[in-house]
Ligand binder design. Sequence first.
Ligand code: COA
Ligand code: NAP
Length: 270
Amino acid sequence: MFTYHNKNVVVVGGTSGINLQIAISFAEAGANVAVASRSEEKVKHAVSQLQQANCDGKHLGLTFDVRDESAVIAGFEQVEAEYKYIDVLVSGAAGNFPASAAKLSSNGFKSVMDIDLLGSFQVLKNAYGLLNKPNANIIQISAPQAYIAMPLQAHVCAAKAGVDMLTRTLAIEWGMEGVRINSIVPGPIADTEGFNRLAPSEELQAQVASSVPLQRNGAKQDIANAALFLGSEMASYITGVVLPVDGGWSLGGASTAMSQLGKMAAKHGL
Ligand code: COA
Ligand code: NAP
């Protein structure tokens, strides 16, 4: 449905889960895709998946930690050498674990802030010069915790709220040069590290599904489809939007379900 031939797409945190599915979907639509994350092994595996999805694409694997700005800069220098410019940047590197605020160390809080919020800033800022203006765009991968309070998630709630405010602020600053930036907020997505950490049993995941108006947990492809739309010309007048892709979960069910999950995790001493 969407064509990305001759487009250059960079997916930071694109080596597993939701973001890898986004990267594969852009490759299937014809793009050259670069993926970045910390683990060299995951990067290699992701690039081989991209090659299977589009054997004509010029795919690139980058190994860096978004917390290390000089490594981020070096990663984008590699992108510049191979692609010259970026059409679509997806920023989705994140870390999460359930922990009560009273027990969480400052370094635990800081590590999630550093990955999700400072890391996103370092990615956006250092990619900006490479964006193919005026029609480039950025997609940030946020989370419901950005606007729905959840016990044991103070660190993630604070970090992802910041991610969405970056989206809204930069839509104004960078819109003047024709750059769009939007956030996608995935609901509970099956078969992912993030969901498995918060709802670590089939029973809990089924309970969550029943709290979603559409009565199912999401698929990684649901999020990739939204990214293909937002990245395309079809979305050329959409910027600064925080878009839930969650089967209606954020309309009400999410607050109760997240609160219950938090209480259950607390019972288990997390
Ligand atoms: N509960 C409480 N604190 C925790 C924790 C947990 N489950 N896991 C880590 N921490 C704390 C550590 O104790 C440490 O703090 P300290 O120095 O005061 O002891 C701090 O967080 C950093 O831990 P460390 O293991 O050194 O971090 P890291 O940089 O290697 O890894 C994480 C970052 C912790 C976010 C790790 O979970 C990760 O790499 N996650 C990526 C995958 C992921 O979360 N996917 C889901 C995306 S939504
Ligand atoms: P995941 O598979 O663990 O994906 C996280 C990705 O980020 C991996 O590629 C990981 O690779 C990379 N990463 C982590 N820390 C990094 C760092 N410091 N520097 C560079 N890369 C780093 O998790 P997921 O569940 O699919 O989540 C993907 C995104 O969706 C996240 O932004 C998450 O907040 C969001 N989300 C998920 C859900 C869900 O239901 N799963 C719901 C809402 C929002 P390395 O380990 O190699 O670094």
